[in-house]
Design a protein around this ligand. Structure first.
Ligand code: PAF
Length: 287
């Protein structure tokens, strides 16, 4: 496995490998089984697997957890190697955002609801860094986890709108044995918060069961999740919303088209998200 900190060296390494497909898994590090599942999946899509580890300051707001974002470079590189990654791109902030960097990419409406409401600059930061990484790596396929459902929708839109010649693949949420969606941020939970954090997946699973029994009212399905999440005092709900799974528009009438039930809850300074797709192409991502 090769590790590159600079763009020209990574490009020179990838240049003779472009005859086969290059598959890219971008990450912010502190890798867990969810990331490793993406890396293993990458191997099914092409001959060369590239991953990046970069905690992107542009996607954190001023009062968010950039300084607390967990890091473990040595462990991450070992896990990449064990997952048969061919190359890791490990840029510094100066490499990604040199002095004089001005461009920001924004995808508009898809960035506004859900996480966009409490994190107004987040998706512009994600799109800007992902666009740059796509240009640097020149990948044929890029793989993202479905836990960040809105991120995946935003990136698909960006790829379509900006004519990136690549395929975006979503991978189902990977969960802890008790149902908590895997996230690098889980390590910041106190034991009490960790115990309470299973309420997200339990609430989503209860709503899914109601949906499978025939319940179609968006507000009622949302209230099932709210009831479970609110039954523990540790978490503060940011949102619980049923939306169209394709364009994230609000669903007012009974569910009759693609639909995702998405949730964000704050546990102290740690904000967790989760979702379940009730109807749609991504319905493998069950809570
Ligand atoms: O999902 C993440 O880890 C990040 O948002 C990403 C896509 C690596 C961009 O920084």
């Amino acid at each position: 496995m090769q590790v590159f900190e600079r763009v020209p060296e990574l490009r020179a390494f990838l240049s003779p490998l472009r005859a086969g497909r290059v598959v890219f898994v971008p990450t912010m590090g502190f890798l867990h089984e969810g990331h490793l599942a993406l890396m293993r999946r990458a191997r099914d899509h092409g001959a060369t697997v590239v991953s990046s580890i970069f905690v992107n300051p542009a996607q954190f707001g001023p009062n968010e957890d950039l300084s607390r974002y967990p890091r473990d470079l040595e462990g991450d590189l070992r896990k990449c190697k064990d997952s048969a990654v061919d190359a890791v791109f490990l840029p510094s902030v100066e490499v990604m955002y040199p002095a004089g960097h001005h461009t920001t990419i924004s995808v508009g409406e898809l960035s506004v609801p859900l996480c966009g409401r409490s994190r107004p600059i987040h998706f512009a930061g994600v799109c800007t860094v992902v666009a740059k990484l796509f240009n640097i790596v020149g990948c044929d396929v890029a793989i993202f986890g479905e836990k960040d459902f809105q991120q995946l929708a935003v990136i698909r839109q960006m790829v379509k709108d900006l004519d990136y010649p690549l395929e975006v693949v979503g991978h189902p949420i990977v969960r802890e044995p008790d149902g908590l969606a895997m996230s690098s941020r889980n390590v910041n939970l106190t034991p009490r918060q960790r115990a309470a954090s299973t309420s997200l997946s339990r609430g989503l699973a209860a709503a899914r069961e109601a949906f499978e029994r025939g319940e179609r009212e968006p507000r009622l399905l949302e209230s099932i999740v709210r009831h479970v999440v609110s039954s523990q005092p540790e978490g503060e709900v940011d949102y619980i919303e049923l939306r169209d799974a394709t364009d994230l528009s609000a669903l007012d009438g009974p569910v009759s088209r693609s639909a995702v039930l998405a949730v964000a809850v704050r546990f102290g300074g740690t904000r967790l998200i989760d979702n379940t797709v009730l109807v749609g192409p991504l319905s493998r991502s069950r809570a």
